[in-house]
Design a protein around this ligand. Structure first.
Ligand code: NAI
Ligand SMILES: C[N+](C)(C)CC(=O)CC(=O)[O-]
Length: 323
């Protein structure tokens, strides 16, 4: 990362106006989060029906956000959907990009945002895996570009992984980490780029094994999901996989756990090579999820997930006050 400093136009604490570029599942979730935290939000998305979809997403999220506590003055009316990207970012003090996960698109969009945004304003990408070094190649001022990787839905899941690229100014990484913190997120700042960052690297390992099991008819989608929600998922909500396994070693802790179960790491349980995502596997996953949904539609599943996350946050003492 570059050692030079790019002056931000205001301190993270003083940000009032946020721009969200791309307003699908994640961009819309970010909009809901920032509105609930009392920011003025501008959004831009090139899809013709984007504004309608975005306002529906925010309205659907709002009851959950009211439940966990809105910031003073927070309102859905503080969202402005603009006709152009330039209008959306013209007065922004922070920009969150959530466009489709296509490298060429991210490269040119980040360059366009950099050209249109006020000098020094930090621009974060929601990418779920591209290193910023690969995305900042076309921007005139790559120093202000960072990754701010959220989790779905960004208005409820606290984590954001923050990391810069080779040409990112260390000050921009620091500024955005502080800003997300002020904006109510739980931040992990990485000092180097890892493909998939931390959480997706872990999630992808689990996901690959799930796909292998479905592809080989070894387990149903429902059983795979229940194996997590009825099992390790309960522990992972408050204690990660490392400490959880330290307890598996009893009073001997991680040392006994590794001496006892370490050799099984070499046992042929894993098929970490990615399976061929052919039509058959795709259809098996789609059909399996349809069955697992048991007639619940998308809106019902979203409401159920949101309530579940709120209950877990509340039960584990992580529902702090609003900003
Ligand atoms: N869906 C998920 O669970 C997560 C996704 N992400 C990341 O968030 C980003 C967005 O993903 P989703 O919201 O899932 O996708 P999505 O397909 O739901 O939304 C993408 C939106 O971008 C818009 N768009 C298309 N071209 C654009 C352009 N040139 N400029 C601005 N917007 C444009 C589309 O109209 C659409 O509304 C991706 O980088 C993805 O990797 C990160 C964490 C979780
Ligand atoms: C499916 N996904 C890889 C885009 C998911 C993420 O990036 C994070 C999440 O919400 O789990």
């Amino acid at each position: 990362m570059s050692a030079a400093t790019t002056p931000a136009p205001c301190s993270p604490e003083d940000v009032r106006r946020v721009a969200c570029i791309g307003a699908g599942v994640i961009g819309g979730g970010w909009v809901a989060h920032f509105l609930a935290r009392g920011y003025d939000v501008t959004a831009w998305d090139p899809a013709p029906d984007a504004e309608d979809k975005l306002r529906r997403l925010v309205a659907a999220a709002w009851p959950a956000l009211e439940q966990i506590g809105l910031a003073d003055g927070a309102s859905q009316d503080r969202l402005t959907v603009t006709a152009t990207l330039a209008e959306a970012v013209a007065d922004a003090q922070f920009i969150q990009e959530s466009a489709p996960e296509k490298l060429e698109l991210k490269r040119s969009l980040l360059a366009e945002l950099d050209a249109a945004a006020p000098a020094g304003v930090v621009i974060a990408s929601s990418t779920s895996g591209y290193p910023m070094t690969d995305m900042q190649t076309e921007a005139a001022d790559p120093a202000r570009l960072v990754v701010g990787h959220p989790f779905n839905p960004p208005y409820l899941i606290p984590l954001v992984e923050v990391v810069g690229g080779e040409r990112t100014d260390a000050a921009a990484v620091e500024w955005s980490a502080r800003f997300y913190d002020v904006a109510g997120k739980s931040v992990i700042t990485m000092d180097r780029e890892l493909p998939g960052f931390i959480a997706n690297r872990l999630q992808e390992a689990l996901w690959r094994e799930a796909l292998h099991m479905v592809a080989n008819g070894e387990a149903s989608v429902e059983d795979i999901d229940a194996s997590i929600t009825e099992g390790p998922g309960l522990r992972w909500a408050f204690m990660g996989p490392c400490l959880t396994f330290a307890l598996a070693g009893g009073e001997g802790g991680m040392a006994h756990m590794l001496d006892h179960f370490g050799p099984s790491l070499k046992s042929p349980w894993t098929r970490l090579e990615a399976p061929e995502l052919d039509r058959t596997l795709r259809d098996a996953m789609v059909d399996g999820c349809e069955e697992a949904a048991k007639g619940r539609d998308y809106a019902q599943l979203v409401a159920e997930r949101d309530q579940g996350v709120i209950d877990v946050l509340r039960a584990t003492g992580r529902l702090g006050g609003a900003r």
